[in-house]
Design a protein around this ligand. Structure first.
Ligand code: CMC
Length: 371
């Protein structure tokens, strides 16, 4: 006899992994990343430091940071990957192009099939750097421009932003971008991380696990929300437009992208609060964009009073990326590039203490039919 009480739709509240990587402590309102508070990391650390923390389980010293960054910046993407991307229809969604590229990248890694955690850890900085370079060049390649590799003259974060926007970037712009990368770097067990761990648990390799995670992250209920938020802000045009648009959508029972979260459903995602501050600082540094903060604030107020819902990280990441001049189709790929650090940490952890994921079902179909 099947017990209905063991069934939790969407696995809500189910503990599906034992991990030392991260934890959303909703009681203490803290996102714990290997013992550190994610908000402290966003405010005070660099992205490469966080990559080191995720992979090495401790904050890397300066020498280790340099080693990691040199791998991330200095590992080129094979030309064949760009040749494959050029063959894809230019109107194909950037996340679908990225899914293809991440999968193909495995073909150029001699150790691709190895699920040995020490080999995976050694290769991880290179793979994170290659993914970022592929993401930074996606739109350029789709529009017929030559891809640009990262340069050892700049930090990882500066390289990533410069190659996307192809112009000089100011230190406050680089810092805002880097803070978004840290905010996106790791977040316990969202759908994409679960997907990666499920694939890894078959002793499938990390390219397979990462490819599954790209597919998962594309969905608008997950990473795809950040680009959807920007389209909503552009459609709204101004504060009054935002007011009208959100109320119309609510009256049509539509979901408002950038609001709600399985774990923080009735409270603010702490990352969103911090990205709101990053947006504010960027507006001050650039001397433009105040209207986006005002529109977001109006949306936030309406959603709180009408639905009791709060923004998530994607809500405030979208206008930050817009003000940096990043093409909208790259918002979710950037999320993936930043999250690749957390994903690799999870894949390595899964391979270190593996047990195959194989849940059961609550069967609702017929029985005993005769042929
Ligand atoms: N707009 C309007 N109503 C909402 C929203 C929203 N954004 N989010 C949840 N609700 C309502 C939903 O309609 C439901 O109402 P009712 O009980 O009356 O049917 C209730 O809240 C519970 O929603 P649910 O879908 O059962 O909850 P969930 O935990 O499965 O959903 C979520 C979580 C993130 C999928 C959902 O909040 C959502 O669709 N948000 C919009 C998409 C989004 O911003 N995604 C990014 C998530 S955070 C970053 C990331 O993971 O990428």
């Amino acid at each position: 006899m099947q017990e209905e009480k063991t069934y939790s739709p969407g696995l809500e509240g189910i503990i599906a992994a034992r991990t030392a990587i991260s934890f959303l402590d909703t009681e203490q309102e803290e996102i714990v990343i290997r013992g550190y508070n994610l908000l402290d990391l966003i405010q005070r650390a660099g992205y490469v430091e966080v990559v080191g923390l995720l992979l090495d389980q401790q904050i890397p010293d300066k020498q280790r940071q340099q080693e990691i960054e040199a791998e991330m910046v200095g590992s080129p993407v094979p030309d064949a990957i760009y040749a494959i991307l050029r063959l894809l229809p230019s109107e194909m969604h950037a996340m679908d192009q990225l899914r293809t590229a991440v999968s193909a990248l495995g073909g150029f890694d001699k150790e691709a099939g190895s699920t040995d955690p020490s080999s995976e850890k050694e290769r991880a900085p290179r793979i994170i750097g290659q993914i970022a370079q592929m993401v930074a060049n996606l739109t350029h390649v789709a529009q017929g421009r030559e891809p640009q590799p990262f340069s050892p003259a700049y930090s990882f974060a500066e390289n990533f932003l410069r190659v996307i926007v192809r112009r000089e970037v100011s230190p406050p712009e680089v810092r805002a971008f880097e803070q978004s990368l840290i905010a996106y770097s790791e977040h316990e067990l969202p759908n994409s991380t679960f997907a990666a761990r499920v694939v890894a648990s078959t002793l499938g390799d990390l390219y397979g696990a990462l490819t599954a995670a790209v597919a998962s992250l594309k969905g608008p209920l997950h990473g795809g929300a950040n680009e959807a938020v920007m389209y909503m802000l552009l459609e709204a045009q101004n504060v009054e437009g935002m007011d009208k648009l959100i109320r119309q959508k609510l009256s049509r029972k539509e979901r408002i992208m950038g609001f709600g979260h399985r774990v923080y459903m009735r409270r603010m995602d702490p990352r969103a609060q911090l990205l709101k501050e990053v947006l504010h600082q960027l507006i001050q540094a650039q001397g433009k964009g105040q209207e986006y903060l005002a529109m977001c604030q109006r949306g936030e107020d309406i959603m709180r009073s009408e639905k009791g819902l709060y923004p998530n990280l994607d809500y405030y990441a979208a206008p930050v990326y817009y003000l940096l001049g990043i093409p909208i189709e790259l918002y979710t790929p950037i999320f993936f590039a930043a999250r690749s650090a957390g994903l690799l940490a999870h894949i390595i952890e899964q391979h270190s203490e593996n047990r195959l994921y194989r849940p059961r079902v609550l069967y609702t179909g017929p029985r005993g039919l005769q042929l």
